[in-house]
Design a protein around this ligand. Structure first.
Ligand code: GLY
Ligand code: MN
Ligand code: MN
Length: 437
């Protein structure tokens, strides 16, 4: 992402924070996996959105109108030993030269410097409740400023939600952000197609996961947006199945929910396909209902449409489907009113997508479902899951789970499916799988 993009975001934030106020946001910490080994570092999305700074032990402060600089970055000092063992890091000079900070201080000095920055500020924009240690420190810093009141210094009186303003910004994606999301989507779609081509009865779920990882990493994207779900047969009914350890059986379906990140932007795709390469009649019938539900949901996506319309459309179609498949009995309107479909369709049709797979942004404003706007990105992912022990279901539907998930951009005139390259129709999937490797 170009530097100008981060500069624009900071300028927008400074304007929203307003003169006389201050905003503080910390980066992510490096999480320990086990002795001497850390999890791969992933910067906090809010922090990265504003700074593009990808190191641990960092904290950014924004002070509109401050003469010595509006953007102050606390980070690790440059350490040649650390550079030798762990590689490049910005240091204080890099923070200014490469990341656009007006001033940079060692993170070790944050306790000393931050109270000065809080002097004579009215409101502190801060993501309260994310890091209890930092919450306590902030109160201590404010307390220290309060003690100076007799020398004419005023301390902040209000805390405001930084997340609220930041998340409204993040909800609407810029062209640069969409460029990264398109790439995450394209590589993820290629990985799904690769998995379809590779799949054979008798393989193990982890071998299919390896195909996904191969596609991601060989295209230069090494961080998954969330742990890949590779769920054969009834495992597809476990919504967050990540064991990926079972053997794939001829005649079963395989549900894959997997997406990669491109420079901190996620894709989130689900495809469900037959292990053998051919759907049975019963599987096909159920699959077509889920596909129809997705089409009905997509048809509700356009600027000005309320968030819930897509979900409600998916519920209507899936309830019809459940009647057709013999999984529910009665009048559709009653079944919807009584939420009987929830036994087989227990999640919502989608969520915001962006730097976080379940991205930030309110779904309701003042108690009303939010209206879609161009630049928002969401997933559309209806599904049907028939538990293996569902005695009311026909035998060939028991233990079948189907979800179809795409990533969708709201455009000026409607929508664009960012993940359209992942094969989806029965004919497309069967043709690809039969073509083989
Ligand atoms: N992969 C997480 C989700 O679909 O919401
Ligand atoms: Mn999703
Ligand atoms: Mn998903």
């Amino acid at each position: 992402m170009a530097r100008g993009e981060f500069e624009r975001r900071r300028a927008a934030l400074l304007a929203l924070v307003g003169a006389g106020n201050i905003a503080i946001i910390a980066g992510a910490e490096q999480a320990l996996r086990n002795r001497d080994v850390h999890y791969p570092f992933r910067q906090d999305s809010d922090f990265y959105y504003l700074t593009g700074f990808n190191e641990a032990d960092a904290l950014a402060v924004f002070i509109p109108g401050r003469e010595q600089g509006e953007y102050v970055l606390f980070c690790r000092e440059f350490d040649p030993q650390k550079a030798l063992w762990e590689g490049a890091h910005a240091g204080l000079e890099g923070a200014k030269l490469d990341f656009g900070a007006d001033q940079a201080f060692p993170i070790a000095e944050v306790d000393k410097v931050l109270p000065d920055l809080l002097q004579n500020k009215r409101k502190v924009f801060y993501p309260l409740g994310r890091d209890s240690e930092l919450d306590i420190k902030l109160l201590e810093w404010i307390h220290r400023v309060r003690k100076l009141s007799r020398s004419g210094v005023s301390a902040p009186t209000d805390l405001a939600s930084l997340e609220h303003i930041l998340h409204e910004m993040r909800l609407r994606k810029s062209d640069a952000e969409l460029g990264l999301m398109r790439r995450a989507a394209a590589v993820s779609a290629a990985a799904h197609a690769r998995a379809m081509r590779a799949c054979r009865p008798g393989m193990f779920e982890y071998q299919i996961e390896a195909e996904l990882v191969h596609e991601f990493a060989s295209q230069g994207l090494r961080a998954v947006a969330y742990p890949s779900i590779v769920a054969g047969g009834a495992n597809a009914c476990v919504l967050h199945y990540v064991e990926n350890s079972a053997q794939l059986r001829d005649g079963d379906l395989l549900l894959i929910d997997a997406g990669v990140e491109c420079d901190h932007y996620a894709a989130d795709i689900t495809r469900t396909f037959p292990v053998s390469g051919r759907f049975s009649q019963a599987q096909k019938r159920m699959y077509e209902w889920v596909l129809a539900a997705q089409a009905a949901a997509l048809a509700e996506i356009r600027p000005g449409a309320a968030w819930n319309l897509a979900h409600d459309a998916s519920v209507r179609v899936l309830t019809e489907g459940l009647l057709d498949l013999g999984l529910l009995d009665g009048e559709a309107a009653d079944l919807i009113r009584d939420e009987k479909y929830k036994r087989f369709y227990m999640h919502r049709v989608g969520h915001w997508l962006g730097m976080d797979v379940h991205d930030v942004g309110e779904y309701k404003i003042d108690g009303e479902w939010r209206l879609l706007e161009p630049g928002m990105v969401l997933t559309v992912e209806p599904g049907l899951y028939v538990p293996a022990d569902c005695v009311e279901a026909a035998l060939d539907l028991r233990g079948v789970g189907i979800r179809i998930e795409d990533d969708v951009l709201v455009t000026e005139s409607g929508y664009e499916v960012l993940t359209a390259a992942a094969p989806k129709s029965v004919a497309e999937i069967e043709a690809l799988m039969q073509a083989g490797d």
